[in-house]
Design a protein around this ligand. Structure first.
Ligand code: AHG
Ligand code: MN
Ligand code: MN
Length: 339
């Protein structure tokens, strides 16, 4: 075989990749790169815990303590605290918010306050844990906007179009970290033998149109007529136009969006008669995943407005989410608006 035709392996660690991206910004101080790298430390610690999630009941049979004398924690609380503690003392963040905490999380006063803000969903898809299904952690990073002090609501309540980075870690058949700093979307797969995330999916592009729809169709009778007609349309027979679509729903937003990002398709968690704004949270779920999908060439809407243009008004605000391949999202929005 001609050696020129052999594809050369790229063993890029996440650290090297981030450093090389930073070179595109001569004014960069390196703080932002450190922030991303510190986040991956949390990811590795959570990975260790996720991999023994099924053992928690065995290790914890003596009560609230495991055989090591440690308290057995629920995985989502563990992930929440691990991320907070990996980042509270590093001097890059001025404030955080987590889906697991009602209020803003300040940086302890003994540590320096930085210029970035982190909003995160420490454990997404938590109902999948006990069945060994896919779960994730989602993060969204902004630059602070308040000129002084130790961070407050205006810093965390920024529209998604001001995110400087967003991404997720996905624990599926392998562990992946996918992120964007506004220069495309890149995926890294965890190699536990070397303890590193290695570049595996450079510059992910999502198909313009897909053939998968992902939604909790159990809510069908609570949806608006327009949305019901849209899903009926996807199921209708029209092979020349790629229909019927295939239904795929894991019930873990991160995993559902990731699959559709790679294969093409649409994810919908709409409002319904019980929950007019749906279930998903703007700051921790919709904004970061919408940035990822848009950066890969897709689209995200609440049915009327681009998700990234919504001005958040409260920390745990919910929003209808329609995200995925651009032509699919545009079509869904047309049906929804006809009603
Ligand atoms: P979380 O585990 O962070 O609370 O999020 C669960 C979310 C999301 O991951 C998923 O897409 C959705 O809830 C599933 O909701 P349904 O069970 O209503 O389909
Ligand atoms: Mn979630
Ligand atoms: Mn969660």
């Amino acid at each position: 075989m001609n050696p020129e035709t052999i594809e050369k392996p790229k063993t890029y660690t996440l650290g090297r990749f981030i450093m090389e991206q930073e070179r595109n910004y001569p004014a960069a101080t390196g703080e932002f790169s450190s922030l991303l790298l510190d986040f991956t430390l949390a990811a590795k610690i959570i990975t260790r815990e996720v991999s023994k999630a099924g053992l928690v009941n065995i290790l914890g049979v003596t009560g609230s303590e495991n055989v090591h004398g440690e308290k057995v924690q629920k995985l989502d609380v563990f992930a929440h605290e691990t991320i907070y503690k990996a980042l509270d003392h590093t001097g890059q963040l001025c404030v955080m918010t987590s889906e697991e905490e009602e209020m803003i999380l300040h940086i302890p006063s003994r540590y320096p306050c930085g210029k970035y803000v982190l909003n995160y969903d420490p454990l997404d898809g938590s109902s999948n844990i006990d069945s060994n299904g896919s779960i994730g952690s989602i993060f969204s990073i902004h630059r602070r906007v308040t000129p002084e002090g130790r961070g407050s609501e205006p810093d965390v309540l920024q529209p998604g179009n001001r995110q400087v980075a967003a991404g997720y870690i996905l624990w599926g058949s392998s562990v992946m970290l996918v992120f964007s700093t506004g220069q495309g979307v890149h995926g890294f797969t965890y190699d536990s033998s070397v303890g590193e995330f290695l570049l595996s999916h450079e510059n992910i592009r999502t198909p313009e149109r897909g053939a998968i729809y992902s939604t909790n169709e159990g809510n069908y009778n609570r949806w608006t007529p327009g949305l019901r007609r849209y899903i009926d349309h996807l199921k209708s027979e029209d092979p020349a136009n790629g229909r019927p679509y295939t239904a795929r729903y894991i019930g873990s937003l991160c995993a559902d969006v990731h699959r559709n990002l790679l294969y093409g398709g649409i994810y919908l968690y709409p409002g319904d008669t019980r929950n007019p704004n749906g279930k998903l949270r703007l700051l921790y779920e919709a904004n970061p995943l919408s940035m990822i999908v848009e950066q890969a060439g897709g689209a995200a809407s609440d049915g009327h407005t681009r998700i990234l243009d919504l001005q958040p008004t409260s920390l745990h605000q919910r929003v209808p989410l329609i995200v995925g391949s651009r032509l699919d999202v545009e079509e869904a929005v047309r049906f929804i608006q006809e009603n």
